[in-house]
Design a protein around this ligand. Structure first.
Ligand SMILES: [Zn+2]
Length: 135
C-alpha cells in the first residue's frame, strides 16, 4: 500500500499524481486543490511518468525521526520534462554512482513493513538509460 494516498499510482508503469494549473499552466507535486503559483482553483490531476534528469543528490545515512526503512538511502531532486523538480528517494544510495544530469526513471519501491505486516510503498527515482524528452 502507498505510504500516503494521492502521491502516486503503482502501475505498471508507475506515475506521480501531480497538479496542472489551467490558469498559469505550471505543474506542481504533490497535487494541491489551489495552484501554489497563482492561487487559481482550476487544478487538474495529471499523471507524470518521467523520465527526468537528476538535479542534485545525496545519501541519507541517519534515519530521520519516524522513518522505519533502511539506511543509507539516496535522496535527491529530479527535474521532469514538464519543468517540475520533484524531491524524493533515489534507489541508488552511493552518491559516487550518480551524476547530475543523468536520466532517472520513476519506480515504486518498498519503504518498510508496517505493524500489520503490510508492505508500505513509496515512489523513487532509479538511474535509467532512457533520455528525457526535450521540453
Ligand atoms: Zn496556476
Amino acid at each position: 500500500m502507498p505510504v500516503r494516498a494521492g502521491l502516486f499510482v503503482e502501475g505498471p508503469p508507475p506515475a506521480l499524481l501531480a497538479g496542472h494549473c489551467r490558469g498559469c499552466a505550471n505543474h506542481h507535486f504533490p497535487r494541491q486543490p489551489v495552484c501554489p503559483y497563482c492561487s487559481a482553483e482550476t487544478v487538474d490531476e495529471v499523471l507524470l511518468r518521467g523520465p527526468g534528469r537528476l538535479w542534485v543528490h545525496t545519501a541519507v545515512t541517519a534515519a530521520p525521526p519516524g522513518y522505519e526503512g533502511e539506511v543509507p538511502y539516496g535522496f535527491g531532486v529530479v527535474e521532469l520534462p514538464e519543468g517540475l523538480r520533484v524531491v524524493g528517494r533515489l534507489t541508488e544510495a552511493e552518491p559516487a554512482r550518480l551524476r547530475p544530469g543523468q536520466p532517472m526513471v520513476l519506480a515504486v519501491v518498498p519503504l518498510h513493513v508496517d505493524d500489520e505486516g503490510r508492505e508500505v510503498l513509496t515512489y523513487a527515482f532509479a538511474p535509467g538509460d532512457t533520455e528525457p524528452r526535450d521540453r
